[in-house]
Design a protein around this ligand. Structure first.
Ligand SMILES: Cc1cc2nc3c(=O)[nH]c(=O)nc-3n(C[C@H](O)[C@H](O)[C@H](O)COP(=O)(O)OP(=O)(O)OC[C@H]3O[C@@H](n4cnc5c(N)ncnc54)[C@H](O)[C@@H]3O)c2cc1C
Ligand code: SF4
Length: 409
C-alpha cells in the first residue's frame, strides 16, 4: 500500500505543473512494474474490497425493496420513499379556539389529535396530510367520568382504560366496560380516548394504502367488492364496504347514549345512533360531524333495574385486535323472560348496526335455545356477504344467540 502511494506521488512529481490529478493516477498504470505492484496489493486486500462491494450491493437492494414494496397493503404498487409532510402543531386552550381553527378549513387541512393512536398511523401512511394539527389533550374540562342518579357523563378525552376500570361502569353499564377492555392493548387503551374511538377512520386496507384511490377517497371503485374482502361489511355496505372499527360505539348505542358536539354555532346533542351514517347517505365520512365541529362528550341514561348487559367480540386468533364481529346487548329481564332488548352489532357494517330484527325476536319471550337461535338468524337475515366474508354471517348469528342465552342465565 505504501508503495502504491509512493508510486502515485513520484509520478505526480515528474508531471509538468498544472496537469490534472486524474491524468497522474492514470499514468501510474502505464509502467508495467507499477501495474504489477498494484495488483499484488489488490490481491492482498481482496477480502476488504469484496466486503465493501457486497455492502454497497446490499444497500442498493435494500433500498430498492423499500421503494418498490408496500408490505402492509394488498396493492403492492410502486411507491416512493417520502418524508412526512410538515405541519404546524397547536396546543388547544379553549373550544372557541378549536372551532375557530377548524372553521372554513374543510376536511383534512386542520385536524384534531387526541391520543393519536389512529391519526398518527394515518399521517405515517400518507392517508392524512394536515397543514395544522390541533392537540386536544391540553383542553381543560374534557376528561373524566361523572356517574350519578341521572346516568353517566363521559368527557371525550377520557381514556378507554379509564372507562374500562370505572367501578360504576363495570357494575351498572357492564357492556361498556367489557367493550372498553376489549379495545386493542393496554398501551393503546391508556392513550386512546373516547372521542378518538368514536371518530376513528376505517381500517380497510385499500383505504389505508396511500396509492389506492378507492371510492371513500374520492375514486370510482370500492376495491373490496372484487378484491380482498375478508374483513369487510356484510350489512348496509352498498356502495362502500368498510366496517366501523369502534368497540365503544355499539356498547354506547345499546345503552341509549347521546353525544354532545360543539361547533361555531354552539353546542348540540343528538342520539349516538344518529351520529353514525351509512355510505348510502355519505360514502366519504362515517358520521355526521362537520369539518368545523368537535365531539365533547357522551351521556348515558341511568341503567334500568333488572337489566343485564354484555359485549361479545370475536377476533382473529383471540389476539388484541379489531372485531371480526361483535354484539352489544342490553336486556331488561323478568326472570328468564326478556321484557326488552337493545342489540347492536359491531364489525359487520359501515356503522354500528342496530338489529331491530333480533330485538323483536327476543322481546316478550322466555329465552331458550330456540328463541336465541331465532334471534341470531333474524339478525343476519339481510346479510349480503362479499367473496371472502361469508364466515361473518354464521359468526354474528352465533354471537347474538349466545348473548341472549347469557342474558337469561
Ligand atoms: C393496533 C391497534 C389496535 C386497535 N384496536 C382497536 C380495537 O380493538 N377496538 C377499537 O375500538 N379501536 C381500536 N383501535 C383504534 C383506536 O386507536 C382506539 O380506539 C382509540 O380509542 C382512538 O383514540 P385516540 O384518542 O388515540 O384517537 P386519535 O388518533 O387522536 O384520533 C382519531 C380520529 O378521531 C378524531 N378525533 C379525536 N378526538 C376527537 C374529538 N373529540 N372530536 C372530533 N374528532 C376527534 C381525530 O381527528 C382522528 O381523525 C386500535 C388501534 C390500533 C393502533
Ligand atoms: S370498503 Fe371503503 S375504504 Fe375500502 S375499498 Fe371500499 S370504498 Fe375504499
Amino acid at each position: 500500500m505504501k508503495q502504491i502511494a509512493y508510486g502515485v506521488f513520484a509520478n505526480a512529481k515528474i508531471r509538468p505543473a498544472g496537469q490534472k490529478m486524474k491524468m497522474q493516477a492514470f499514468s501510474y498504470f502505464l509502467l508495467p512494474q507499477r501495474r504489477k505492484c498494484f495488483f499484488k496489493y489488490a490481491a492482498k486486500w481482496r477480502g476488504v474490497f469484496a466486503w465493501v462491494f457486497l455492502r454497497i450491493a446490499w444497500g442498493f437492494l435494500y433500498n430498492y425493496g423499500k421503494v418498490h414494496h408496500s408490505f402492509n397493503a394488498p396493492n403492492r404498487t410502486a411507491r416512493k420513499i417520502r418524508k412526512m409532510e410538515k405541519f404546524s402543531y397547536v396546543n388547544a386552550t379553549s373550544l372557541e379556539q378549536v372551532t375557530e381553527l377548524l372553521s372554513d378549513s374543510g376536511w383534512g387541512e386542520v385536524m384534531l389529535i387526541a391520543g393519536g393512536t389512529d391519526l398518527l398511523a394515518e399521517l405515517k401512511e400518507y392517508v392524512a396530510a394536515p397543514k395544522t394539527l390541533v392537540n386536544l389533550k391540553t383542553l381543560p374540562g374534557m376528561e373524566g367520568i361523572e356517574a350519578d342518579a341521572s346516568g353517566l357523563k363521559i368527557g371525550a378525552l377520557t381514556t378507554v382504560a379509564d372507562i374500562a376500570k370505572h367501578p360504576t361502569i363495570q357494575h351498572h353499564y357492564t357492556v361498556l366496560a367489557q367493550a372498553a377492555v376489549s379495545v386493542a392493548t393496554p398501551q393503546i387503551r391508556n392513550v386512546g380516548t373516547l372521542g378518538g374511538n368514536l371518530c376513528q377512520r376505517p381500517r380497510c386496507w385499500y383505504y389505508r394504502d396511500e396509492s389506492t384511490n378507492c371510492l371513500k377517497k374520492g375514486g370510482d371503485i370500492c376495491y373490496a367488492v372484487d378484491g380482498l374482502s375478508k374483513y369487510h361489511a356484510i350489512l348496509g355496505g352498498d356502495p362502500v364496504y368498510i366496517v366501523h372499527p369502534s368497540d365503544l360505539a355499539p356498547a354506547l348505542i345499546a345503552l341509549g347514549a347521546s353525544v354532545t358536539i360543539v361547533g361555531p354555532e354552539g353546542e348540540k346533542t343528538m342520539s349516538l345512533e344518529e351520529f353514525f351514517t351509512l355510505p348510502a347517505a355519505n360514502p366519504y365520512r362515517e358520521n355526521v360531524l362537520q369539518p368545523n365541529e368537535i365531539v365533547v362528550g357522551v351521556q348515558v341514561p341511568p341503567a334500568k333495574p333488572n337489566t343485564k348487559s354484555l359485549y361479545l367480540k370475536a377476533r382473529e386468533k383471540g389476539a388484541p385486535d379489531f372485531a371480526l364481529a361483535s354484539v352489544a346487548g342490553v336486556f331488561e329481564m323478568d326472570g328468564k323472560t326478556c321484557k326488552s332488548a337493545n342489540i347492536v352489532l359491531g364489525g359487520v357494517a359501515p356503522a354500528p348496526w342496530r338489529s331491530k330484527e333480533a330485538e323483536t325476536a327476543l322481546t316478550g319471550k322466555m329465552i331458550n335455545e330456540m328463541v336465541s337461535k331465532q334471534a341470531g338468524a333474524d339478525a343476519v337475515k339481510d346479510a349480503q356477504p362479499l367473496n371472502d366474508n361469508a364466515y361473518k354471517v354464521t359468526l354474528t348469528q352465533n354471537l347474538v344467540s349466545r348473548a341472549a342465552m347469557m342474558a337469561a342465565s
